[in-house]
Ligand binder design. Sequence first.
Ligand code: DNO
Length: 346
Amino acid sequence: MTFRWYGDKDNVAIEKIAQIPVIDGIVSAVYDVPAGEVWPEESIARLKAVCENNGLKFEVVESVPVHEDIKMGAEGRDRLIENYCENVRRLAKYGVKVICYNFMPVFDWLRSEMARPLADGSNSLAYDEETVLSLNPLTSELSLPGWDESYTKEELKNLLIRYKEIDEEKLWENLRYFLSKVIPVCEQMGVKMAIHPDDPPWGIFGLPRIITTQKNLERFLNMIPSVNNGVTFCIGSFGADPNNDLISMINTAKGRIHFAHLRNIKYTGERSFQESAHPTECGSLDMFGIVKALVDSGFDGYVRPDHGRMIWGETGKYGYGLYDRALGAMYLYGLFEAVQKMKDNK
Ligand code: DNO
């Protein structure tokens, strides 16, 4: 069981994370190096030391971001891919086993509301398709913890124009090219790549998105059929599309799920949802069924509770407060312990 921590600038102190009984590892990254560049070894070593000083392992990185020129297949991508490979080598040297990344053009995860109230007085992130369709990414003030906000409006505009040339097939080809260079290095270094699904799992702002459905998941796994080419099974992302049968998708990706992001969402309409507390009864996803499918498929990767609500008056990074994620971790741990023991006793 792991917990995401955004480093020294995180409102949540690592010492507090260490007091959640079931957490044994931190998921983090080097945040002060622009996408596409090589992470200094000192930064990686420091991160590892901070974790270990708190009795926590540092074996999962989320994310090593993929430069837009790689996603677009632009000239100059080879240098950027080589930098990516160098990051894999450096992280491996410091004991990192899994790298989570995504291949979503320009924007990472997207929500239309950061703090929609829930009936109990807490609040959480929400996605409403109608609102999103009415947004102009060049003028809206939306901002999410996962976004690269180093672009100026002008750069963002140019990026969006350049992406007009990239359809889903081109994006697939650029992903294949990237992985064909990175996966051999991972195989050599004992690192597993774990692609994060697109969140939400459909195109937004006219940009292509491909890690979205069971069919596409199969295509992704077959494209480079190496165990080092795996997925981050994020149920809040795949699950946002009710047509995605999560249990069947877990079976599709058997042996290739290296990291699981487990959180619940509640459907509020067509292509619309609000994030809920982790337990099954709070949302639309069958958390027990999902954990059981993972355990039955032989999953032995890393897990983390995902976005939490803001409860008990906590403020901070949306989705990444301490309290509700801690409750989520305890609940998930309980499910895993019960399901695993039931299986072992059979
Ligand atoms: C959202 C996160 C994502 C994830 C990236 C992986 O909370 O799950 O931002 O870290 O997509 O690259």
